[in-house]
Write a protein that binds this ligand. Sequence first.
Ligand code: NCD
Length: 322
Amino acid sequence: MSRPGAGTRRNLLSISDLGPDVAGGIDEVMTLTDSFVEVSERQIPKVPALRGRTVVSLFFEDSTRTRLSFETAAKRLSADTMNFSVGTSSVKKGESLRDTIETIEAMGVDAIVVRHASSGVPKQVAQWADAAVINAGDGWHEHPTQALLDCYTIRQHAGGVAGKRIAIVGDVKHSRVARSNVAAFTALRAEVTLVAPPTLLPPSLDGWPVKVSHDLESVLATTDVCYLLRMQRERMTEALIPSLREYTALYGLTARRADLLPDGALVMHPGPMNRGVEIAAEVAERPNAVIVDQVRNGVAVRMAVLFLLLGSGTEFGGDGNG
Ligand code: NCD
């Protein structure tokens, strides 16, 4: 991520925006996240770092955790927050994206957090806006802060990402999480295997430094992190699997399959989970399933990202009241 004064725009649209040395960029976010985890554990989990700055959330697609997480992160940094809901905005009256951005910018905002069902919308917004733009998920393209919080969670529970054997299981084709995670995990030198039926893989995997398997059971014994993806039915325009029941029979992480994982292997999911489809309800409750930690870490990671993009030079620490 380029910093203020570095001469380039300050955006986080994809993992590649973390700089020419992606691994170094991720490490920088991870180190800063450690400080914000510490802030989050204080009795008053707030610092004045972004006081006077305004962060607007522009969500054109449903979201629970990502939206709340960015909002909490901005508030813990003492930034002002604005929320834009498509359902109650003039977008319903046909206002274009460009006019919407101009209107928001006219109010004086420092960062725009965008989620949209179409790939490339955050990039387009960044071309129009002076504010820093953060991609909170665009179509099937990228979801960089999800990848960062996943790297942080693996680092927290397994000591690091380098050398870990990570299986990303399920609907890779429609998953922006998979694209950002493959970029981040491989930059940190993990070994990534995509596990999915051929119809749920992208048509071409050229340039993806990954292995592919269609047999979940055969990979589990040599997996350190089993990362499950949601079946994104809302993005499927054709019948890509015979039925959800058949998908679960072959690719669901059932209790029996989870027992094939080595001791201490992590089970992860970006949420929202379809319990009983890609993951058995009981497996999601096991101690090695770190799904709640992913959500918890998301706040501190987004604090780090907002701070790096908008950093005011205000000293760290303080109780937020000063
Ligand atoms: C993901 C998303 O919306 O891209 N969820 C999230 O942000 N935690 C994954 C999904 O929708 O399956």
